[in-house]
Design a protein around this ligand. Structure first.
Ligand code: ADP
Ligand code: ZN
Ligand code: ZN
Length: 727
């Protein structure tokens, strides 16, 4: 018998299945790990197939040394997924396997946590009247059956317990204990009776086989209740479900709602968990104790058989694109898995991505709409403030008078406010007023961000820190101008005006594992109060007392060098606004901008998704952008500028030849410096390519070939399909 094996050798660029002989007596199944000789080493491999013959001469084949798993660690469907991802995203099999099986599983470093327990070893209690403590312990164990040794020792007495064990009346034993993620957040259990719209959505989903649904419902329309209800149905049919949320919106609230609804049937997977917790949650899914996986992107690889439903909440979120290697798009993975299991996928959003809405138009997805907020509460009223006219009226501060008035009335009525500014730190840069000098990072081509709290200038790309300036290092002038405002500055200015607790939520305040939960929890319990934050506050939170949302500088994302800039801005504004007025009192939103007439704002403030979509689609079709074409970026980086340039030229020449052959497929081709010319000491160049769909399955592999050919150990070349970040 011959086994086809992928070897776990990360450094090699080999992506081949190697044939190994299965010696008699070894029980090798598809999906198990094996130890095999490879070169002069012995490595771990994954058996992806078994056959009777090999195309290699048998005398050249080596034998499998050892079988590591008695049961397959990769299911047959997972193996099919590996081949799908290899083909779709041009990944190596071993990289796909490393996504599917987390390091802590593959390495075997993390183990079950076992605890010392005791139980009674007799049916009737012996009379130990003189040893009162020992009697008490036995009576207690009689009642409870078994207990942790440590509990008995602290409740009664350690020496009495030892005496009982020595006499043989009590037996010690070990038990595995799951490290279950704690959720320090309470949400009330509500009695949910779905309204007609919601019920219709659930029915459509639960009666469906393989199909992608776009669940389009305004914030607060009860999408989450629809997910929960559909998952309940799936569980009652003995199946399993995956629920994905963007990393930053895996709020304690969301987890708590799922724990309320499903108890221990839910396993929670996210990066903030300890390795032990993740290991245990993974195993609970693998062995069937948990049947619902909830987590960020990588939870799509949860080890579940018999899937009945996959939900991708906030489907428009960019975190569903994995941007570092191995790069993949979660929607595609989810849809393939659903196809394998013949079950539906729900993509849910209040602001669906243009790509998904386009897929509804072409008939690929089916749309379900939830039109009203569950409690029929109006969506908050959004007022746009033109910051230029504020300046003309003599207000050069960061808040307009409208902003301050609305904030005042919110605070005075004892309610809560959220203030959104998509920039952390105090100011985006500092500049000498006299000579114009702007300090930049020595390793990156970006200006340094001033963090007043720790008196530092920080590079937001490589995290390098520099001492803050009091005088200009060029001309010695002491007058320094601050750039665009960030969260720190907003908090400082609010503090001088409003004497209520102010919380800040951004990357700097949430470095520790619990900080994020703590800040949200405190905010939840404090009225009146203000929460200032970056896009971390935009998603998923459901705070009943928030009646005012202020957007300090809405234009931040409008200027991104990405064709999705307008889409992102529209989504962000809608999401942030949706935080206001979620329960009884009506909400209000103030949006500050220098482009008050921009159609993204006009549509967002009127909750007019359809007009936004229509405009955006016609713009993209005219200018040849996705979803009408494919974008491919080749990113070339090197510590040596001339080497990077030379490779860029060489690759560009080869791609030009390709473009001549397929001239009707290429709509754009150009090489240039990246917007961020240098990051972490690496010079950066890019080749931007746009092709239409027709021959992409021929063209893209050729681009990969060209890039592989021009790689060397001084120059890195990355091919990025549909890149999300064009910095
Ligand atoms: P979305 O996910 O669309 O933003 P949610 O599911 O969070 O909306 O619903 C908003 C609020 O309304 C939540 O507090 C939710 O529990 C409540 N809600 C939604 N539908 C119902 C229902 N049918 N009965 C009771 N409460 C509901
Ligand atoms: Zn100067
Ligand atoms: Zn840097």
């Amino acid at each position: 018998m011959i086994a086809q094996v992928v070897v776990d050798v990360q450094s090699s660029w080999l992506d081949t299945l190697f044939d190994y002989i299965v010696p008699d007596g070894l029980d090798v199944k598809v999906g198990v790990r094996v130890a095999v000789p490879f070169g002069n080493r012995r490595v771990v491999g994954f058996v992806l197939g078994i056959s009777d013959t090999s195309s290699c001469p048998v005398e050249k084949l080596k034998c499998i040394d050892k079988v590591i798993d008695s049961q397959p660690i990769l299911s047959e469907k997972m193996i099919r997924l590996c081949f799908f991802m290899k083909k779709t995203f041009y990944l190596r099999l071993i990289d796909v396997i490393s996504l599917i099986l987390p390091t802590f599983i593959r390495s075997g470093e993390v183990r079950e946590k076992s605890i010392n327990m005791v139980r009674l070893n007799v049916d009737t209690l012996p009379d130990l009247a003189r040893a009162k403590k020992q009697m008490e312990i036995m009576q207690y164990l009689m009642e409870v059956g078994e207990a942790k040794s440590s509990d008995i020792s602290s409740k009664f007495s350690a020496s009495a317990l030892k005496a009982l064990i020595d006499k043989g009346y009590v037996t010690p034993f070990q038990k595995n204990e799951y490290r279950q993620p704690k959720i320090d957040f309470n949400v009330d259990k509500k009695n949910i009776v779905l309204n007609a719209e919601q019920q219709k959505a659930v029915d459509a989903i639960t009666h469906s086989r393989y199909q992608t649904f776009l669940l389009f419902g305004v914030t607060g329309s009860g999408k989450t209740e629809v997910y929960i209800s559909a998952i309940k149905d799936v569980i009652s049919k003995g199946k399993t479900a995956i629920m994905l949320v963007p990393e930053i919106s895996l709020t304690p609230q969301m987890s708590a709602r799922f724990r309320n609804a499903f108890g221990d049937t839910v396993a929670i997977l996210h990066s903030m968990l300890s390795r032990g917790e993740r290991y245990d949650e993974w195993n609970r899914l693998k062995n069937g104790e948990a049947r619902i996986a909830i987590g960020a992107r990588s939870a799509i690889f949860a080890p579940l058989d018999n899937l009945g439903l996959i939900v991708i909440d906030e489907e428009h979120d960019s975190s569903y694109f994995s941007e570092s290697n191995p790069r993949f798009h979660t929607h595609e993975v989810a849809r393939y898995l659903a196809f394998l299991h013949d079950c539906p996928v729900i993509l849910g959003s209040a602001t669906p991505s243009v790509a998904s809405s386009y897929a509804v138009k072409t008939g690929e997805y089916r749309q379900i709409k939830l039109n009203s907020r569950f409690n029929s509460q109006n969506l908050p009223k959004v007022q746009i403030v033109d910051m230029l006219s504020e300046i003309r009226m003599g207000n050069t501060g960061i808040f307009s008078s409208k902003f301050l008035d609305e904030m005042r009335s919110c605070i005075d009525s004892g309610k809560q406010a959220m203030v959104f500014i998509n920039r952390r730190g105090f100011s985006s840069f500092v500049m000498c007023k006299k000579c114009g000098f702007v300090p930049k990072c020595e390793d990156c081509d970006v200006s340094l961000v001033y963090h007043k709290e720790d008196g530092m200038l920080k590079c937001h790309y490589c995290s390098r820190r520099y001492k803050s300036l009091t005088t200009c290092p060029k001309c010695g002038s002491p007058s320094i101008r601050f750039g665009a405002v960030g969260t720190e500055r907003v908090v400082e200015e609010l503090k001088s005006r409003f004497h209520v607790p102010i919380f800040r939520l951004d990357n700097d305040t949430t470095t520790s594992k619990d900080a994020y939960v703590k800040i949200l929890e405190q905010f939840n319990h404090t009225s009146p109060s203000i929460l200032v934050g970056t896009q971390m506050i935009a998603k998923g939170h459901d705070f009943a007392d928030v009646t005012f949302v202020g957007i300090v500088d809405a234009d931040v994302s409008l200027h991104f060098s990405d064709y999705r800039a307008i889409e992102r801005t529209f989504q962000l504004i809608t999401q942030v606004s949706g935080r206001a007025g979620r329960s009884d009192s009506e909400g209000s939103v103030v949006l500050q901008t220098y482009y008050p007439k921009h159609f993204a704002y006009r549509c967002a403030t009127n909750y007019d998704y359809d007009s936004f979509l229509k405009r955006e689609l016609s713009l993209r079709s005219m200018t040849h952008f996705p979803p009408f074409v494919e974008i491919i970026r080749v990113l070339i980086t090197s510590e040596a500028d001339d080497k990077a340039q030379a490779s860029t030229q060489a690759i560009l020449q080869d791609i030009k030849k390709l473009a001549n052959t397929y001239s009707s497929d290429f709509v754009y081709l150009a090489g240039m410096k990246c917007p961020k010319k240098r990051l972490m000491g690496h010079y950066r160049y890019q080749i931007m390519i746009r092709i239409n769909e027709k021959n992409k399955d021929v063209i893209i592999p050729r681009i990969y070939e060209i890039c592989d050919k021009n790689k060397d150990n001084k120059v890195s070349v990355f091919v990025e399909l549909d890149p999300q970040n064009l910095s």
